[in-house]
Design a protein around this ligand. Sequence first.
Ligand SMILES: NC(=O)C1=CN([C@@H]2O[C@H](COP(=O)(O)OP(=O)(O)OC[C@H]3O[C@@H](n4cnc5c(N)ncnc54)[C@H](O)[C@@H]3O)[C@@H](O)[C@H]2O)C=CC1
Ligand SMILES: O=C([O-])CC(=O)C(=O)O
Length: 330
Amino acid sequence: MAKTPLRVAVTGAAGQIGYALLFRIANGDMLGKDQPVILQLLEIPDEKAQKALKGVMMEIDDCAFPLLTEMTAHGDPLTAFKDVDYAVLVGARPRGPGMERKDLLEANAQIFTAQGKALDQVASRNVKVLVVGNPANTNAYIAMKSAPSLPAKNFTAMLRLDHNRALSQVAAKTGTAVKDIEKLTVWGNHSPTMYADYRFATVNGKAVKDLINDQEWNANTFLPTVGKRGAAIIEARGLSSAASAANAAIDHIHDWHVGTNGKWTTMGIPSDGSYGIPEGIVFGFPVTTENGEYKIVQGLEIDAFSQERINLTLKELTEEREGVKHLLPA
Ligand SMILES: NC(=O)C1=CN([C@@H]2O[C@H](COP(=O)(O)OP(=O)(O)OC[C@H]3O[C@@H](n4cnc5c(N)ncnc54)[C@H](O)[C@@H]3O)[C@@H](O)[C@H]2O)C=CC1
Ligand SMILES: O=C([O-])CC(=O)C(=O)O
């Protein structure tokens, strides 16, 4: 029997990431090749943005995707988020050259307060939310705090692009295939402070750490390369990453929805206190997923170097949280 369509809201639908994301959702890459979808697309209520959105929708129509059963355009989150099962919150101002993602905090915090409230009012009571717009972790925290009637655990931030970047770097360094690498993770904030950690990773059963065996490369090449990859792309393209970000969003929700069969991935999720991360802080953790739920991989040893890196990224997130406190309900 055909599955009931799932409602997916995407914000910033006429932006760069939206343009790389919507076609793949409609194609079944995100929720499965047998899962019909309804797209509820949000753009700012501005004539130019709405016109651009109509253009994107014309192209989606022209793809005649068999899984797409309905598609609507919105300028108000209260209609865009009505009854949605998934919300991918992309719409936000991107950074330009010379900016850090946290420089976007003020500009984008208002958006995520309003959107959290709208989700709280009209979305499915089990809506699963992925925040892509930067600074992603703190925006997810803001949306979560603005939606007190929804399960806090369903508000997540995208660390998957960092995870995928780390996979590619490790594969290149070890001369192995990305598909054979397991148990890699990225801790913390989607910012240069994040800590990409291959200490537990294996490739075809061998320890990646032993294959690389080079702490100098880890500290001075790998971590800065992964951490500053977003800036390197802005520098090269003149625009921030888009197709790789859309791909990571697809991977994040796909794995949450379908499950990872015991394999690790990375999600930015509200901490439950694991690894000493204060409850509620939206932090990148190693997780496995099953039946639409994620579980933090427990019991990993945190050595001194790792603890130092985790403390650094946590400090940044704590500061960001303090910076938006005045916008949130007490
Ligand atoms: N977490 C991650 O790994 C990554 C995050 N990003 C972030 O994703 C965000 C979007 O990036 P792009 O698509 O390149 O930007 P873009 O500027 O091309 O598109 C953003 C779109 O969002 C719309 N928008 C702005 N405010 C909105 C609101 N309140 N409601 C609905 N739509 C709204 C704009 O009109 C625009 O069409 C940026 O914050 C960027 O920094 C980008 C890459 C990776
Ligand atoms: O760097 C940026 O501003 C866009 C982004 O988050 C990334 O590419 O990781």
